[in-house]
Design a protein around this ligand. Structure first.
Ligand code: URA
Length: 212
């Protein structure tokens, strides 16, 4: 690839736009270097007719091993928050902006590394295709990486969470904090406050889903 050309999964998108076809094509994705870093592509999971799509940053250590999104500690907290807000995860579609785990070794541990703009841009065609196929009523960005990938770099989750944002696509879109940020809160009080805010944001989504 010429140095000036940005990596992109776009040429790998299959002509047949179904989740199965997308998942199969994404399994062999080498659009950016992260295929050499993660164990496998972790594609989105859930119903093709889902009314709500939840978008995280990238698979973590557990997800990388299991090949499914949000199955580790952040996933457990996501499940708890969804249940508290009255959203059934089995009715949702759950995915990530970046489909490979980016990490660096720290002894025996694999430490999460934030994906950069080039990696996000390379992977974004998969996410846009998932949105196009699932056609959810609502997209929920979990954390700043997802929100800024879909809504632009100036989006601030801290200020704009729980509000409907403008974007040029059909589903309504909103953002809330990433469940991992709740787990990282410095103490129990901060954790409880962050979790309460997370559930409040998801409750706005639940109300939208039941209003139609
Ligand atoms: N964090 C994410 O953003 N996505 C996952 O799938 C797991 C943890």
């Amino acid at each position: 690839m010429p140095r000036s050309q940005k990596p992109s999964a776009a040429p790998l998108l299959p002509a047949s736009r179904t989740l199965d076809a997308l998942r199969d094509a994404a399994a062999g994705c080498q659009a950016c270097h992260l295929w050499q870093v993660g164990t496998q592509t972790v594609f989105g999971e859930g119903r093709e007719e889902a009314k709500v799509m939840l978008v995280g940053e990238q698979p973590g250590d557990h997800e990388d091993v299991e090949g499914k999104p949000f199955v580790g500690p952040a996933g457990a907290l996501l499940d708890r928050g969804l249940e508290a807000a009255g959203i059934d995860r089995s009715e949702a579609y759950v995915t990530n902006v970046v489909k490979h785990f980016k990490w660096k070794a720290a002894g025996k541990r694999r430490l999460h590394q934030k994906p950069n703009a080039e990696e996000i841009g390379a992977c974004k065609p998969w996410l846009m295709a998932e949105i196009e196929v699932v056609r959810p009523q609502v997209v929920v960005c979990l954390g700043a990486t997802a929100a800024q990938a879909l809504l632009g770099r100036s989006f601030r989750v801290t200020q704009q969470h729980g509000q409907w944002a403008d974007w040029p696509h059909e589903p309504k879109i909103t953002a809330t904090v990433h469940p991992s940020s709740i787990l990282r809160a410095p103490d129990a009080e901060a954790r409880e406050a962050a979790y309460a805010g997370f559930v409040a944001d998801l409750t706005v989504v639940a109300a939208e889903l039941t209003s139609s």
